[in-house]
Design a protein around this ligand. Structure first.
Ligand code: NAP
Ligand code: MG
Length: 492
């Protein structure tokens, strides 16, 4: 398997053109070459995909859990068998470095195995109210799930939705982002002989056309969206109109809080990784660094120095730590924020611009950006409140745990964050007080299978990566049974 020069829409188990014949060109951020031409779905294609999914899910759901588990495990194994190719496709399509994309592939292979286990161990219940009256509580799928994913982690985020949705007995119609559809199409290709036709339908296409058609389709009974808060709000409004549930994983502005007793070198390296990984295009990025006043100046100076040594370049090169941004537009938007930050009164401690030249002139061939740190940042500044979604860290100083917690919680978002200290009392005080879905202690970013991941506040609702996400893709049914005999007693 490798990237195909053309991809159709994946509907009912095979690739075919969009009914309109429309296609979109997909480019590599690094170097800019065309990777593939991909069909662009519109309303009539969504119609076909939902029909195929609606046709298939009852049979899938009727299969014994052990068989569905075997299919999910086979998908996991197939992902493992194609690890290098999938990682390479993801790196070419997103610009993210190969070590990171390999990690995503492994995580999703594992998640399919995890949910294979979950559905074998999930027990439906019987409740005995009295000897003649009992209730069975069954878990049933919604039927057809509509999923929409963003461009930053296309494979990982798709897997976070597909594994539990399929495990719960649904069929899925999923739309990748226009910029990065390739790894999801590759997943459809390599699992076409494992998944029954119609169970997984992949519809690349624009948000405005294909996305809106998914939101509006009456055959879709559950929506799952990851992306910006702005589009997420629209998705929720559409779901409300149709009275269907929605899972929302939205943006973030997560606080990474460093106390003076932390393991200094480890905290320093992690603070850089937390924001610069994937060029900062990570919803849970540690984009606000809060440093205790006792070590603030030294920590920031050392961090700026460290950031200047990060190797930026070809994302397929094993030694590279940062590749290009996903697009020129994304780089422009990030540079606008840097300009805004300086207008608001922040100081650029390092970066703030694009590298030029470089080995073989590589920096002139893609939307590369230098790791950037803004200091002297205050909570009212837009650069401190809004998600920049690039390699831009804003730094604030704090005085004590209460002050650190207050600064961390001064955000509309609530996705993640971290605390660095050797004092377990401080770690647990801060971790419990921070209003976010995940808090790492002396670490940043790990989300192993079995860790509920999702947001508080404007970061969305619903949880993924954990067996609890089965609840998001199924509905409980009560079957109430009365074995009494004789008269019912209502008229007497
Ligand atoms: P986005 O603009 O919200 O787009 C996300 C997806 O929605 C894309 O597939 C997009 O299609 C589609 N879309 C856009 N407008 C739509 C509409 N009117 N109706 C239906 N679908 C529509 O986000 P993005 O720019 O791709 O990604 C960056 C954002 O995602 C950041 O804010 C980031 O924090 C967030 N994010 C959150 C998480 C999380 O787990 N919490 C993970 C990753 C990213 P097109 O590609 O055609 O525009
Ligand atoms: Mg967008």
């Amino acid at each position: 398997m490798d990237i195909q020069s053309h991809y159709g829409l994946f509907i009912d188990g095979s690739f075919r053109s969009a009914r309109s014949g429309d296609t979109v060109s997909v480019h590599a951020p690094a170097g800019g070459r065309e990777l593939s031409r991909v069909a662009a779905a519109a309303e009539e294609d969504v119609e076909d995909a939902v029909a195929a999914a609606a046709q298939e899910w009852p049979a899938w759901w009727a299969r014994p859990a052990v068989e569905r588990a075997q299919v999910l495990a086979a998908v996991g194994d197939r992902i493992v068998a194609n690890r290098e190719t999938l990682a390479r496709i993801e790196t070419l399509d997103t610009g993210r470095v190969i070590a990171e994309t390999r990690f995503d592939i492994d995580a999703i292979a594992d998640l399919f195995h995890y949910f294979a286990g979950v559905i074998r161990s999930d027990e439906e219940t019987l409740k005995r109210h009295d000897p003649q009256q009992m209730s069975m509580v069954l878990r049933e799928p919604f039927g057809v799930v509509g999923a929409i994913v963003p461009w930053n982690f296309p494979f990982l985020i798709s897997g976070w939705k597909l594994a539990p949705a399929l495990a719960a007995g649904n069929a899925v119609v999923i739309k990748p982002a226009t910029l990065t559809p390739l790894s999801l199409l590759a997943l459809a290709e390599i699992t076409a002989d494992i998944l029954p036709p119609g169970l997984l339908n992949v519809l690349p296409g624009s948000g405005r056309v294909c996305g809106e058609a998914i939101l509006a389709h009456s055959g879709i009974a559950k929506l799952s969206f990851t992306g910006s808060t702005e589009v997420g709000r629209h998705v929720a409004a559409k779901a409300a109109e149709r009275v269907i549930p929605v899972t929302l994983e939205l943006g973030g502005k997560s606080a990474n809080i460093v106390f003076p007793d932390a393991d200094y070198d480890r905290a320093l390296e992690a603070a850089a990784m937390a924001i610069m990984m994937s060029q900062g295009q990570v919803c849970s990025a540690g984009s606000r660094l809060l440093v205790h006043e006792e070590i603030h100046d030294r920590f920031v100076a050392d961090l700026a120095e460290l950031c200047r040594t990060i190797s930026i370049g070809d994302p397929l090169d094993e030694a590279t730590r940062m590749g290009p941004m996903v697009s020129q537009d994304q780089r422009d938007s990030v540079l606008e924020y840097v300009k805004l930050g300086t207008t608001e009164g922040a100081t650029i401690a390092t970066g703030g611009d694009a590298p030029t030249g470089g080995p073989d002139g590589i920096y002139d061939t893609g939307p590369y950006l230098n790791p950037t740190i803004l200091t002297g940042v205050t909570p009212e500044m837009r650069v401190c409140r809004e998600e920049i979604f690039g390699p831009v860290l804003v730094v604030q100083r704090f005085t004590d745990a209460a002050d650190g917690i207050a600064l961390a919680n001064n955000s509309a978002y609530g996705l993640a964050g971290a605390v660095w200290t050797r004092d377990i009392s401080v770690a647990l005080e801060v971790a419990q007080a921070v209003r976010t879905g995940t808090v790492w202690v002396n670490d940043y970013h790990p989300v192993p299978s079995g860790s509920p991941f999702g947001g508080f506040g404007q970061s969305g609702y619903g949880r993924e990566v954990h067996k609890a996400s089965l609840d998001g893709y199924s509905q409980l049914k009560t079957i109430y049974i009365n074995t009494d005999r004789g008269g019912y007693g209502w008229y007497r």
